[in-house]
Design a protein around this ligand. Sequence first.
Ligand SMILES: Nc1ncnc2c1ncn2[C@@H]1O[C@H](COP(=O)(O)OP(=O)(O)O)[C@@H](O)[C@H]1O
Ligand SMILES: [Mg+2]
Length: 1107
Amino acid sequence: MAKMEVKTSLLDNMIGVGDMVLLEPLNEDSFINNLKKRFDHNEVYTYIGSVVISINPYRSLPIYTPEKVEEYRNRNFYELSPHIFALSDEAYRSLRDQDKDQCILITGESGAGKTEASKLVMSYVAAVCGKGAEVNQVKEQLLQSNPVLEAFGNAKTVRNDNSSRFGKYMDIEFDFKGDPLGGVISNYLLEKSRVVKQPRGERNFHIFYQILSGASEDFLCKLKLERDFSRYNYLGLDSAKVNGVDDAANFRTVRNAMQIVGFMDHETQSVFEVVAAVLKLGNIEFKPESRVNGLDESKIKDKNELKEICELTGIDQSVLERAFSFRTVEAKQEKVSTTLNVAQAYYARDALAKNLYSRLFSWLVTRINESIKAQTKVRKKVMGVLDIYGFEIFEDNSFEQFIINYCNEKLQQIFIELTLKEEQEEYIREGIEWTHIEYFNNAIICDLIENNQTGILAMLDEECLRPGTVTDDTFLEKLNQVCATHQHFESRMSKCSRFLNDTSLPHSCFRIQHYAGKVMYQVEGFVDKNNDLLYRDLSQAMWKASHSLIKALFPEGNPAKINLKRPPTAGSQFKASVATLMKNLQTKNPNYIRCIKPNDKKAAHIFNDALVCHQIRYLGLLENVRVRRAGYAFRQGYEPCLERYKMLCKQTWPHWRGPARAGVEVLFNELEIPEEEFSFGRSKIFIRNPRTLFKLEDLRKQRLEDLATLIEKIYRGWKCRTRFLLMKKSQIVIASWYRRYAQQKKYQKIKSSAVIVQSYIRGWKARKLLRELKHQKRCNEAATIIAAYWHGTQARRELKRLKEEARRKHAVAVIWAYWLGLKVRREYRKFFRANAGRKIYEFTLQRIMQKYFLEMKNKMPSLSPIDKNWPARPYLFLDSTHKELKRIFHLWRCKKYRDQFTDQQKLIYEEKLEASELFKDKKALYPASVGQPFQGAYLEISKNPKYKKLKDAVDEKIIIAEVVNKINRANGKATSRIFLLTKNNVLLADQKSGNIKSEVPLGDVTKVSMSSQNDGFFAVHLKEGSGAAGKGDFLLSSDHLIEMATKLYRTTLSQTKQKLNIEISDEFLVQFRQDKVCVKFIQGSQKNGNIPTCKRKNNRLLEVAVP
Ligand SMILES: Nc1ncnc2c1ncn2[C@@H]1O[C@H](COP(=O)(O)OP(=O)(O)O)[C@@H](O)[C@H]1O
Ligand SMILES: [Mg+2]
């Protein structure tokens, strides 16, 4: 890759001259030749000072790349070869750095490249201004508004395949940093007649073709459209396809752009529905129908299309149908309805289509503005880009061309005003020496068109408003009357016309000599187009649509807001908006791009000299160069100039105290700028050559860098110094803190050492004291001990002495007593022998007795009668007393014991005593019975219901009731019987039944026999011959033998007053009926445990074996 050449001036490698100001010699031929030479070398841009001439190359050149953008960024205007980017950069920097609002005025014929140029300017500014997500979104929206507006507002014309059919002025707003904030678009007069009719070789607006080729089948179906262009009357068949244009792809681009700009899906949908409705309106056709009264009437041929439109837009079909057939005129509160003939119906239809489309377009602009408008309220800087339709000359020129060309006249005016006239006037005003340069001022043409009294537009309006029949011809007549004498107005019909014989000028036309050439206008349609009439019935029908967008487009259709005033005409509307635009542009710093079309064929590489020459002439470019060359490239007020460059001179830097002009003079002298290079005006300095300005700028830049360095140096110094001071201050603070800390530490150390030393000394002192105290204490102790010992010795000595004394005293007393005794005995010996012996004896005896009793009292045994203890006898002579005393005591305690018994207990003990007398030491069974209480009634006869019978039979008190075994006399076996003892009887009863078996009165019982052994057998012997004795004696055995025998004995005694005989023997005789049987008790084996067994041995013997 070749090393990129770095250009530092547009003079480097120049083809021809880059700036026409440098052209020598200056004439039309050299001018064109220079342009041609450059054009042939692909240099399409050339300067006239700061104005850019752009020649449409009709092919894409590689000069708009991002690298090119970088190359032109922040470079001086004349540094590089001429380029539209250099102008854009200059404008942007001036806006950003000098706070001047800018406008970029792009002029030229249709197809000269204005729209492209405006896009290049916008894209350059977008590329160089601030970055960031938010800013990028704003940029993207601003840029993407272009494809949308182009699709709806551009069309192919014979001059340009992408001709803007509307004027566009876009304000881009920036913040103080130069970041884009948003924008505002103004649109001017869309050429809406194109919707219904296009000249030969031209197309309708792009969007119609884009929908039909780009939309999906589905979408087309929704819009009730068919893909075939030929189905639609409004699409001229001539050039449905344009070479090199892909309508389908563009459709996608447009939809995408709409989305980016911020259209909601439903909005996009609505927009396309309106477009479809417009397209379909063209297919409604009418046929004539005559009525009886001779009035013409029209009828819709095929209602299908109408039906579909109504479905699409939500309008009642009958309403729309009626609007196409009738027209209601309101005059003085009266409504008159007239029918429309076929022509009127078509007119109504087309008017509706045009209005619908143009209002949709305005709505789009409003909607885009809503999206792209700046969100903040901060002060904004503005860069306006004007891309208005170029000057047009067609074969048939109508109202639209008239308007367009009027607009171009106005733009030329502003160019003249600002560059040619204003500049020259300024020189004069400023007192600069100046030779006037002639140029054509088109103000006269503007006046012809816009004059409020005699201007063509005023005429047209007057004609439109005039009562009576008004036609285009009456309008032309009027023009002929009023404008006939105007230099630039040509008409065949005008009085004393110069053109009576000019056959090139038809009768129905008028011609205007515009600054850019003569244009012949067909007068036909002027009145209608200016009126821009839409029957009220139609706008009301549209307002009734349920389609919200359509409803919103026709607000005047709302019957509640009926306004009988005529709306302003199209012409006056346009005039007003152009006037506002001009005012707006005048407040801004203008930057010019003058576009030139090299040929009429839209072809590359062709340079038509004649065509270019014509454009150069009417654009006044040559005059532009002349003024430029004669004049000064740059001017500036003294104060801003001094402010800007004062740093270049010592006297003026940093402050100049005198007047600004003097300061500038000093400055320029100091800089040694050649005198011919500048002039001093009254209030401004004029610099002739841009190079001088650039030199100044370069010096300033250099100086700024130096100053920056200086500032940087001072700042660095200041920063270092403040840092140093801060560090110093910090150091002091730190040092003081550290010192404090160190001193603290040191002090603490000394303090602690002092404490230690102190403590040692105190300790030493204390120990010393302690030692002294201990010594003293020991001395004291020693003294005490010594004293104690000494006292002890003293005491013992004293004690010894006292003892000795006491002993001596005792001995004296004893000796004295003995001696006294001896004396007494010697005296009383004669009395003692007679009485004393007896007295002593009595006394001694008395003493002994006393002592005996007192001792006995303490030694008394317990009160239990069975306690055998008794104290021993102390003196032999008291033996009998002692025994007697024991007996008395025993009796006494027995009585005590008895006294505590109740009568019943007494009875029991009596019985027990009886038993003891009867059986003690006689019967071996006795001892076991002592501990058993005598219960008597073992069986509870009265309580047990079993013995009720028995009880009833015995009415006496029962003493014994017990089960006994009755021994069978025959075999010695035992049977159970109930043994009852009453007061008078002994009874035996059956144990089970309770039947009394035997009853023996007590008087009949003679004897009771039993063994001496440990058994319970006993025999009850009966009185011989008594009633009961028939069966013989009873041999019984019982567990309570002792009790039974005792009770039987006692009862018998108390009843019969006779003692019952109780025989205790191991062999006794028992009377069994007639026989006497011996019952013998023997010692038996322990075979049956403890139970004695009884056996009959023979007739006479019954043996009982007792274990
Ligand atoms: N700088 C350019 N480079 C390449 N082609 C250009 C350039 N300017 C214009 N053209 C071509 O010329 C055509 C017409 O340009 P345009 O800007 O639409 O003209 P107008 O002046 O009518 O707005 C464009 O469609 C494009 O093909
Ligand atoms: Mg254009």
